[in-house]
Design a protein around this ligand. Sequence first.
Ligand SMILES: Cc1cc2nc3c(=O)[nH]c(=O)nc-3n(C[C@H](O)[C@H](O)[C@H](O)COP(=O)(O)O)c2cc1C
Length: 245
Amino acid sequence: MPKWGWLSGLFTWKKSANARGASRVAAAAETPSETAYNNTLQQKKKKPIISVEQEGNARVLKVVAICGSLRKASCNSGLIRAAIEIAKESIPDMEIELVDISNLPFLNTDLEVDGRFPDAVESFRKRFLDADCVLFSTPEYNYSVTAPVKNAIDWASRSPNVMAGKPAAIMSVAGSLGGARAQYHLRQIGVYLDLHFINKPELFVNGYQSPQKFDEDGNLIDKAIRERVKKLLLALQEFSIELLN
Ligand SMILES: Cc1cc2nc3c(=O)[nH]c(=O)nc-3n(C[C@H](O)[C@H](O)[C@H](O)COP(=O)(O)O)c2cc1C
């Protein structure tokens, strides 16, 4: 019996409930966005995500990364760059892609015309939809997540919600608490959106504490934090395989 076999009955029920929901959507007139959403879901069902227990007809775990800071020398984007390197070097079944959110317009539902979003939003939502899970790295601004990351989430949440059911993990570089308050706000937002955040390990980085952890371009130079990023990625991978297969 597979390691997670005892959960299979529950997943079968959950999958068929999702299928019932999807067919109700299909029965009504689909918007272009809903058609793309349903097609991608069908494609994904064909191949399981790779795991140590599987061989052959499997695929790698695709992670979409979102950075909450738009600064050129952002330390949070440095954390994501480090995560991308780590995955390439030592987590062969994981691919991480950073998605630029700086070109997204402020959310305004007047910009949605005949079931289509502005081009930048369509392409952002497509990349989210194609991914298996999400990696956030965000600073804390005034005790919460930043406006750019909230704006990106709001666009992704528009029907059909392209984040629904995805596993997710959070990292943050901020002031004294390392972004803890922003992370817990993000977890709260994720409740309504059906994002499934891993609980541990938590990764909060105080960017102002010496010794310096990032260089002037925002690149991570601290080996201990690099190791913690790797542990977070491995936990996200394990949880995703468990949740999505
Ligand atoms: C508008 C604004 C508000 C901020 N509020 C907080 C805050 O509430 N808590 C905190 O820890 N840091 C706060 N900071 C500091 C940033 O989180 C910190 O500089 C972070 O490292 C910037 O990330 P980045 O290098 O990725 O841009 C604030 C910064 C700005 C610009």
